[in-house]
Write a protein that binds this ligand. Structure first.
Ligand SMILES: [Fe+2]
Length: 438
């Protein structure tokens, strides 16, 4: 049934009005907002992504001096993104990649166009090669409401504590919520961190709406897969980001499970050919294979989908990651922190009784989903499992320091305890023979 013409034009006016009210003066704004960085995978580069409410040119001006003119210029493109909500709000997402950056050097930049510029931000170009010691902040499940870890992450970032961020799925709660206004609010909230550090992501279940379209549109990850899966090298590590969600939202394409699995296998093969240069293989995916939380999530099931695959046998990831000697698996989804003993198929494979994480004979799993969101924390099952080493039901996030090709330092920061380190462990593996755990 069609509404009467009068109603229709009223509705249209309302719609136009609500679409238009973005800037503080009520006019659609050409000023950049939601500025964030990501590493596109080629050494010496960095991508700047931002949003405007009208189409404008996409330019980044940058330089080495903290004040004064910014002598360098890079141009990019924008794409309109229409949210799937009833208002069909339209954002213009701009992307500009800076190239030939000097490794380890700090740059100042602003983005926008003659119609409006962002404020100035600073970032340090990633160093090249394997022989340096990257520091990462790692967490998942950070919402626009109750983002507990964010103030400390901002301070850490200002102090130059990290080289990059890994956000292991579940953003904003949700990016699409309230006609994607919650997504806008979230992207503004993380700007003080994400405009200064490459903010590397993988999708979680909260990004599912409209086929992950807000996630795909708002982030700019390496590769040609809209950020659903990709890999990149950082210092002594090869980092693989993938979507656990392909196993759960099959209506978006069952073939994605197979496509991703095949990509993972070929990427792991390549990573192993290059293992002497980049010894660590680290994965990040949202839903864990194992967890000891008191809920009914996939990871609490003995044959979790992520671990064993569809119908308990198709495209399970535990065998694949074990076969290719993955060192460290980063997960989130459970709103807590849990570190497992080195594990394969429910068996604990500690290096030794005294030093369980020195020469472990199975991958190490870290579940870090307690950065803070409106759903608050997830309780643990009363009795810990024999494969669970440490459990922390407190807000916080993980610091990961890759010292070199043999030593990784992992610390869990508690926001409930004002930044106290509540878990601290070194993972040590020999330089050679990394592929085989046997
Ligand atoms: Fe989740």
């Amino acid at each position: 049934m069609h509404p009467l013409p009068g109603y229709w034009s009223c509705y249209r006016l309302l719609l136009l009005f609500s679409l238009g009210v973005q800037g503080s003066l009520g006019a659609p704004s050409a000023a950049p907002e939601q500025v964030h960085l990501s590493y596109p995978g080629e050494p010496g580069s960095m991508t700047v992504t931002w949003t405007t409410w009208v189409p404008t040119r996409s330019e980044v001006q940058f330089g080495l001096q903290p004040s004064g003119p910014l002598p360098l210029r890079a141009q990019g493109t924008f794409v309109p993104f229409v949210d799937g909500g009833i208002l069909r709000r339209k954002l213009y997402i701009h992307r500009v990649t800076l190239r030939k950056l000097l490794p380890g050097v700090q740059y100042v930049y602003r983005c926008g166009s003659a119609q409006g510029w962002s404020r100035r931000f600073r970032f340090r170009a990633l160093k090249n090669g394997a022989h340096w010691s990257p520091r990462l902040a790692v967490f998942g499940d950070l919402g626009a409401d109750n983002p507990k870890a964010l103030p400390r992450l901002r301070r850490d970032t200002q102090q130059g504590m990290y080289d990059a961020v890994l956000h292991v799925g579940d953003f904003a709660y949700n990016l699409d919520q309230d006609n994607a206004r919650v997504g806008d609010r979230f992207m503004r909230l993380i700007e003080p961190v994400a405009a200064s550090l490459p903010y590397m992501t993988c999708p979680g279940n909260h990004e599912e709406r409209y086929n992950f379209s807000n996630y795909k549109a708002r982030f700019s990850m390496p590769g040609d897969n809209e950020g659903l899966w990709y890999s990149w090298d950082l210092g002594p590590a090869h980092i693989i980001s993938f979507s656990t969600e392909v196993y759960f939202f099959l209506h978006y394409g069952r073939h994605l499970v197979q496509r991703q699995f095949r990509w993972l296998e070929s990427d792991l093969q390549k990573a192993n050919k290059n293992r002497a240069a980049r010894p660590w293989i680290i994965t990040m995916g949202h839903r864990p294979m194992y967890c000891s939380n008191a809920d009914l999530d996939d990871c609490t099931r003995h044959e979790s989908k992520v671990r064993k695959g569809l119908q308990g046998k198709l495209y399970g990831l535990e065998d694949l990651f074990y076969k290719y000697g993955v060192d460290l698996q980063l997960w989130a989804h459970e709103h807590s922190y849990e570190r497992l003993w080195p594990i394969y198929n429910y068996q604990v494979f500690n290096g030794s009784r005294e030093m369980p994480y020195t020469n472990p004979r199975g991958p190490v799993h870290i579940i870090t989903g307690s950065a803070g969101c409106e759903e608050r924390l997830t309780p643990f099952a009363v009795f810990p499992r024999p494969w669970s080493a440490v459990r922390v039901k407190e807000y916080g996030y993980t610091r990961l320091h890759m010292l070199n090709g043999t030593h990784i330092h992992i610390q869990q920061v508690s926001d409930d305890q004002d930044g106290k380190i509540v878990d601290d462990v070194w993972v040590v593996r020999p330089l050679f023979g990394r592929r085989m755990y046997l």
